[in-house]
Design a protein around this ligand. Structure first.
Ligand SMILES: [Ca+2]
Ligand SMILES: [Ca+2]
Length: 277
C-alpha cells in the first residue's frame, strides 16, 4: 500500500503546488494502515487452527504422585469437589505410561478425584473477536481428546461444549463421551473420542464442561487427557467487515492526502508533459 501511495505521488508533475508534508502523510498513513491491518488479522487468525482449551493436557501443574492430593488451583479451569491432576504411574491402579491412552500423554491426566461421586472442570472460550465469521455461518469446530476409567468400573467423564450467545443463552451443544468400562474392554486406560460440527450463528462464548461421575468404589475414576477444541474458518479470503476497517483508514488517509494536493494522478503525467513541451 505504501508503494501504491508513493507511486501515486510520483505521477505528480511541477504544476502541483509544493507540499513539504506529503512524504510524511504517505508514510504515516501507510504505516498506520498496515500496522492496524496486521494487528486485526493476527487477532482473528489466532483463534483458528489451534487448540483453544487452556491446559487441556493437564501438564500446567504438578500432578499428585499418589492420586489422592486435591491439586489447586488447576490452571485454566474452575474446579468443583475433589477433581484433581494425577501423575501417570501413580500406585494403586491408576493409568500407567503404557496403558491405553495418548501417544504423547506427558506426565499427568485429570481425574474425578478422591472421596466424591461427582466433580467438574469448567472453562470459557471467548470468540467474540471472530463474530463476523461466526455469523457468516462458515466456522466449524473439532472437539477431541482421551477419556477413560478404571478396570471394570463405569466411573466416567463426559465433555460438553455449549455454544452461548451474547446473552449467555445456549444455542447448541457438542459432546464427547462418556466412555464406559465396556468401551475400554474393562481395561484401565483412556480411549480417543472426537466430534465436530458447525459453530452456531450468534455464538460469542464456548463453555467447556467436564463432568466426572463415580459409579463404583470410593474414588471417582473418570479420567481425561489431551482435550482439544479447534476452530476452522471455511469462508473465502474476502476481508470480513471486522478486518476491513484498516483499509477504510487507508482510503480515508489517501482521500485526505489527495484532497490537499489535488485528485489528478494518471492524467497528470501526460498533462505535465504537455505543459513542459
Ligand atoms: Ca497429559
Ligand atoms: Ca471408582
Amino acid at each position: 500500500m505504501i508503494e501504491i501511495l508513493m507511486s501515486l505521488g510520483k505521477t505528480r508533475g511541477p504544476l502541483v503546488r509544493p507540499n513539504s508534508n506529503a512524504g510524511q502523510w504517505k508514510t504515516v498513513c501507510g504505516s498506520l494502515g498496515i500496522l492496524l491491518w496486521a494487528l486485526s488479522s493476527s487477532a482473528s487468525a489466532s483463534l483458528f487452527g489451534s487448540n483453544l482449551i487452556v491446559n487441556g493436557n493437564a501438564e500446567s501443574d504438578t500432578g499428585s504422585a499418589s492420586g489422592y492430593d486435591v491439586i489447586r488451583p488447576i490452571t485454566g479451569w474452575a474446579a468443583t469437589s475433589n477433581v484433581t491432576v494425577v501423575k501417570y504411574d501413580a500406585p494403586g491402579g491408576f493409568p500407567t505410561s503404557i496403558d491405553p491412552g495418548p501417544s504423547e500423554r506427558g506426565f499427568n491426566f485429570f481425574a474425578g478425584g478422591p472421596g466424591n461421586s461427582f466433580s467438574t472442570l469448567q472453562q470459557a472460550i471467548d470468540i467474540s473477536s471472530i463474530a463476523s465469521q461466526v455469523d457468516g455461518g462458515d466456522v466449524r469446530y473439532v472437539l477431541d481428546g482421551f477419556l477413560g476409567g478404571y478396570f471394570n468400573q463405569d466411573d466416567n467423564v463426559k465433555v460438553t461444549v455449549s455454544f452461548l450467545d451474547s446473552s449467555s443463552g445456549t444455542l447448541a451443544t457438542g459432546q464427547l463421551g462418556p466412555v464406559l468400562a465396556s468401551d475400554r474392554s474393562n481395561a484401565t486406560g483412556l480411549v480417543y473420542r472426537r466430534t465436530d460440527g458447525l459453530v452456531p450463528v450468534g455464538t460469542r462464548t464456548i463453555d467447556v464442561l467436564l463432568e466426572f461421575t463415580r459409579s463404583a468404589g470410593v474414588y471417582n475414576d473418570g479420567y481425561a487427557d489431551n482435550l482439544s477444541f479447534v476452530l476452522n474458518n471455511n469462508s473465502s479470503a474476502i476481508p470480513e467487515p471486522a478486518s476491513a476497517w484498516p483499509f477504510g483508514i487507508l482510503l480515508f488517509c489517501w482521500l485526505f492526502y489527495r484532497g490537499r494536493n489535488g485528485f489528478c494522478w494518471w492524467s497528470c503525467k501526460h498533462r505535465n508533459q504537455a505543459v513542459r513541451a
